[in-house]
Design a protein around this ligand. Sequence first.
Ligand code: GLN
Length: 536
Amino acid sequence: MTKYIFVSGGVISGVGKGVATASIGRILKEYGFSVTAVKIDPYINCDAGTMRPTEHGEVWVTEDGGEIDQDLGNYERFLEIPILKSNAITTGQIYKELIEKERRGDFLGETVSFIPHVPDEVKKRIAKAGEGYDICLIEIGGVIGDYENIPFLFAAKSLELEMGYENVCHIMVTYLPVPGHIEEMKTKPTQLAIKMLRENGIQPDFILCRGKFPLDNVRKQKIERYSNVQPGHVISAPDVVGEETANTIYVVPLNFEKDNLGEKLMKRLELEKIKEPNWEAWGEMVRRTTNPSSSIDIAIVGKYLDIGDFQLTDSYLSVSAALSHAGAANDVGVNIHWIGAKKIEEKEIDLSKYDGILVPGGFGNSGVEGKIGAVQYARENDIPYLGLCYGLQMAVIEFARNVCGLDANTSEVDKEVAHKIIDILPEQIGIDKKGGTMRLGAYEAFLKEGSGIAKIYGSNKVSERHRHRYEVNSEYHEALEENGLVISGKSEDGRLAEFIEIPGKKFFFATQSHPEFKSCPMKPAPMFDAFVRACM
Ligand code: GLN
């Protein structure tokens, strides 16, 4: 019987529900259980694929080609299992499905209503995601009190009644502000959030209290009393900055375990541990992430960085995560410097001070010349270069222009250019719907025997995730190779350039794929690992 753990949020968004959910999952995995996780996003979009990264963060790509919320990336990184697109549920999907069923006649004679049809569809999806696992975590996006959350909270309560109290529990992640003018941690917003959760029929079993500081005993007891939870079920979860092992989300499961959250959860769900947890390797990874022996400086040249007065680096969350994993593996701190590609166009940036340059994925024409300039600088000055997806396309354009002497560009940016060195994938021609129509998900690539990339992967066949509409135009493969670029990995039919490299450089590799999506804290993506080593 699968056990279900719902995680909802109180007071404000952005309290780290996703990391809390992933951390709880990791803890239970350490006790020997098989764990999966589901994210519910109450928006009407069917997935995150059409959303602006500066607004919603990175679009996470699943093995099976889902374009979904970045929180599912944290689930994969903490749980070390692929999470499929069906584990991302949105309001849009639910209504789309119900309307399609209604049109098909599945409900003939019935009035299709908000209750029970909407929560029933939600429950069906949760149950399906949990199938075959000991434990299924479900994170409800947004904050308690959001109108859009009501059907999901209804489904959570209803699932509890169906499955039995001992099989479903509820965790609320809340925030305790410390207003500057009184310098005191306030519990009232949390009390109100609990009240709102109860209005939906849900009694929280655990309350995780996020805040700038740890929760003191006086406030802990106040919340315990107010919410009627078991003593010890109000757990302090202070910001992970400032401490010795701070500045990494991977410390969160260790912190929760200081409060014995794992055992408390097992008791509540009537579970017996299957094995003793072993946090040694995880703890060492945290130590290396926070107190590495040395450090390197890497420039990430991207476009989705500025929003208002803030730099939102969430747009490239998996890239920075993968760099951090590779850093931990090599006991080196990776200082990431975010560089708006436009600043390079305006010659405001000196790239000579970086140990490595990385151009991540991207779309459209903004900042493209800056990215190409960054590649040129890396190639000409032999600074390690890693290109991901658009970063491969930029590297190929740069090579075509400055080594092969061609007036080249991508047709994504310039449809009239003489040499469309990057051009639309044939199967993408004529596609006019934007949602879920790119070349998405895991595809295999075959690597050239003896190439640098085959050595990095230690294999001649690899599978990585993709999200693109354009490719290196195969009419130019020969010209590029004659001039010294090696297309060292191709799709099975030999048409698509999946990996490129320039031999003789310290490190000059790029891929049409996104290896960052498969990087885990204790198992970094091979390309990132090799890049970080080259930068060292
Ligand atoms: N815009 C490019 C394409 O569609 C690259 C996409 C990406 O970097 N994910 O092919």
